[in-house]
Design a protein around this ligand. Structure first.
Ligand code: IVH
Length: 705
């Protein structure tokens, strides 16, 4: 916890929950000043020194202090003000653009809902549940179907005209499907992709990168006359009558339920959450609301745009009218905040690790920071070009993102926090593993010795359970073999002799015989696993299976040119030449493997048809999963209990199906074992067929034997 609390230099005591305590009037005044500055930056273009979480805590501490000391409340306190009192603008809003109150737990939500029901004197039987988009609010005015003006929220009563940015906003059509006059309200944000492209363009033009998608959207929306274009995305979440709206339409906008209005807004051509993986859902009970909140929360990490919570609204116009508005927020809607997934911390160093194929991958070392319940110390960095492009420096404060079980990533440096002491990231000049030269001709740098550089890593991987499955050949045994000069490549494993093994430390006759037997068994592994064990760059387990099934024999794979390799699903023009080159590089090892008696065919695969016979070739025996895409999740039980995820995927493919790791509309079936989490939820959500491990085993029948 560095940013927010350290600003008030030790006088704010962090508590274990989400808030903190301000000790005296001077700490309170400091906190107000810090929060006001941060809010101004946040709404103006994101140059805030606080991440959202730190800001929220600060404001909560201010609120707590003001509750205890109502006489001391400062006029510029951000509490109770839309946008923390920060924003400016001179275009009046016809209807105030309000904020939302927050809850942080199921209990708080239930209490809030009960409060609204008490206020209106009846039960609410329709709730609208939708994502809380992490961007900035705008009002889009349409006259006779044409987009005439867009205005920021400002202080809620008047905002800034940002119509100059109309062209860069997707999802907000210049012309509606109907010639309606109305105002559409919603959020402008940058998707992860748009954000990355924006920062790339910005740094290429000598600018400093934006720290995150939200500040990039805020800054870009207000900017004029930029030399480069950035894209943003609009999400509509409300529609209200404007001046000159026809009475019939105005009546509809005032009386239709929120969910229906969203359908109307979508039908007019405006982008809404309904077009995403997390559409608006109308449900009847508080329990169902909670379920939907959990579902959206579970999908958060995979969404291509940021959400910071879930908005729950009374769906019916009558309920909304009876609940009414407070000064800052409507009483019929609430934001259920999700834990922060973004924090600012310091980039203390970059490690360069050499992988089993000789690729030299940078990894960011961070000052440990707690994000979403776990401590983050490392984050991925893709490659040297990516580091340079993003202008990262050692000592930078960086915005780190981590959600769900995804690997943490650095979004960008928080450039305005630079002190001048930051140091450039030094790229290695020789391979950090073996000291050889580095091949920098591709984006991902590689040791010139390629897979021979980190032989121990590459052989340990090859011997692993999902590849050749050689029991007794763990990393320490591999180190011994390599150090003794007994193996210099994968194929050497298959010509090891009993005498050679017996001569090693800690190798008695029993372990020697066991290891030799395991190596012998490995010779019979299917081609897909042999291929995977070779460590062809750009191919992992599932790609190796696809290649092996497509070509059926190693000879056919080696005979294929880049064009032929592209016939394998998932291999595009970028990957195919790499695979061809890798196989050429591996030719001597493959020859040695074949000579040692290692299997080079894929059981059950027939190989591609000769040209002109493509149609007949499709007469493979039909499997029970033909044409289906199957996702396996959770722990397997019963007949499938011992199978690894990889073995399950192999099984799916042997049965004619396609295995996949993520659930989408295209998924045909999800095998959900014990403890299945977000993938099961998503399947339910999308109406994808769910089966238990037992049902799945039955479906496969003979194939399991
Ligand atoms: S409804 C009168 N719906 O969150 C109703 N707001 O923290 C006001 N926001 O000011 C807004 N997603 O900028 C609504 N689905 C959603 C939203 C949403 C994001 C923003 C909006 C609002 C802020 C409050």
């Amino acid at each position: 916890m560095r940013s927010g609390l350290s600003v008030v230099s030790g006088r704010m005591v962090p508590m274990t929950t989400t808030s903190a305590v301000l000790a005296d009037a001077s700490a309170y005044a400091d906190a107000v000043a810090t929060a006001t500055k941060a809010a101004a930056a946040y709404y103006a273009g994101g140059d805030s020194a606080l991440d959202d979480d730190s800001y929220d805590r600060l404001v909560r501490a201010i609120e707590a202090y003001e509750k205890e000391h109502p006489d001391e409340v400062l006029a510029d306190s951000p509490t109770g003000k839309v946008a923390g009192g920060a924003a400016v603008g001179d275009v009046p809003h016809s209807v105030p653009m309000l904020s939302l109150d927050n809850v942080f737990s199921a209990e708080q939500f239930a209490a809030w809902a009960a409060g609204v029901e008490r206020r209106i004197g009846r039960e609410i039987t329709a709730w609208s549940v939708e994502p809380k988009l992490d961007g900035l609010a705008i009002a889009a005015r349409y006259v006779k179907g044409r987009l005439t003006r867009i205005i920021t929220r400002g202080d809620g009563t008047a905002g800034e005209d940002v119509s100059h940015g109309i062209d860069s906003i997707e999802g907000l059509p210049a012309e509606l499907a109907e010639p309606y006059t109305l105002e559409i309200r919603g959020e402008v944000l940058m998707t992860t992709r748009q954000f990355e492209a924006a920062n790339e363009a910005r740094t290429a033009h000598g600018g400093e990168p934006f720290a995150n998608a939200r500040s990039a959207a805020a800054g870009s929306l207000r900017a004029k006359d930029r030399a480069y274009k950035v894209r943003m995305l609009f999400f509509g979440y409300g529609a209200i009558p404007a001046e000159h709206t026809a009475e019939e339409l105005a009546e509809r906008l005032r009386t239709r339920p929120h969910g229906e209005l969203m359908t109307l807004v979508g039908a007019l051509g405006v982008h809404t959450a309904d077009a995403t993986e997390v559409p608006n859902r109308v449900v009847a009970t508080i329990d169902e609301v909670q379920e939907r909140i959990a579902e959206i929360g579970a999908l958060r990490a995979e969404l291509p745009f940021g959400i910071d919570g879930i908005v729950v609204k009374a769906d019916l116009a009558t309920d909304q009218q009876d609940a009414g508005f407070g000064t800052r927020a409507p009483r019929w809607a609430i934001a259920y905040k999700l834990p922060a997934v973004e924090k600012i911390t310091k980039l203390v160093g970059v490690e360069w690790n050499v992988g089993r194929t000789g690729v030299i991958a940078p990894r960011a070392e961070l000052e440990p920071v707690e994000i979403d319940g776990s401590t983050v110390t490392y984050a991925t960095l893709h490659n040297p070009a990516d580091i340079a492009r993003r202008d990262l420096r050692i000592g930078d404060q960086v915005m780190v993102y981590k959600a769900g079980d995804i690997i943490p990533r650095i979004e960008a440096p928080v450039a305005h926090l630079r002190t001048g002491d930051e140091q450039p990231i030094v790229f290695p000049e020789v391979c950090p593993q073996c000291g050889s030269g580095i091949d920098t001709s591709e984006q991902r740098w590689r040791c010139e010795r390629g897979r021979n550089c980190h032989l121990v890593a590459s052989l340990s991987y090859a011997a692993g359970r999902d590849q050749l499955d050689i029991e007794g050949l763990g990393a320490s045994r591999v180190v011994q073999l390599v150090d003794a000069g007994l193996v210099a490549d994968l194929a050497d494993l298959f010509t090891l002799t009993r005498e050679q093994l017996l001569a090693l430390d800690r190798m008695g006759p029993t372990s020697t015989d066991n290891l030799l037997a395991a190596i012998e068994r490995a010779k019979a592994q299917p081609l897909s696993r042999v291929l995977c064990a070779l460590g062809v760059r750009g191919t992992g387990r599932s790609m190796s299976r696809r290649i092996a099934r497509h070509f059926a024999t190693m000879d056919a794979i080696r005979a294929a040119d880049a064009e032929a390799v592209q016939e394998v699903e998932g291999i595009g023009p970028e990957k195919s030449p790499v695979i061809v080159a890798e196989l050429a590089e591996l030719a001597p090892v493959i020859d040695k493997l074949a000579a040692a008696g290692v299997n080079m065919t894929e059981p059950g695969a027939t190989g591609p048809a000769p040209k002109g016979e493509a149609e007949e070739a499709d007469e493979r025996p039909a499997g029970p999963l033909d044409g289906m895409t199957v996702v396996v999740t959770g722990a397997m039980t019963g007949a499938l209990a011992d199978l690894s995820r990889n073995q399950m995927n192999e099984l799916v493919e042997r049965a004619g199906g396609k295995s996949s790791s993520s659930v989408s509309k295209r998924t045909s079936m999800v095998v959900a074992g014990e403890g299945a989490g977000s993938k099961r939820t998503k399947a339910e959500d999308l109406g994808v067929r769910l089966v238990t491990p037992d049902e799945f085993a039955e479906l496969l029948g003979d194939l399991l034997a």
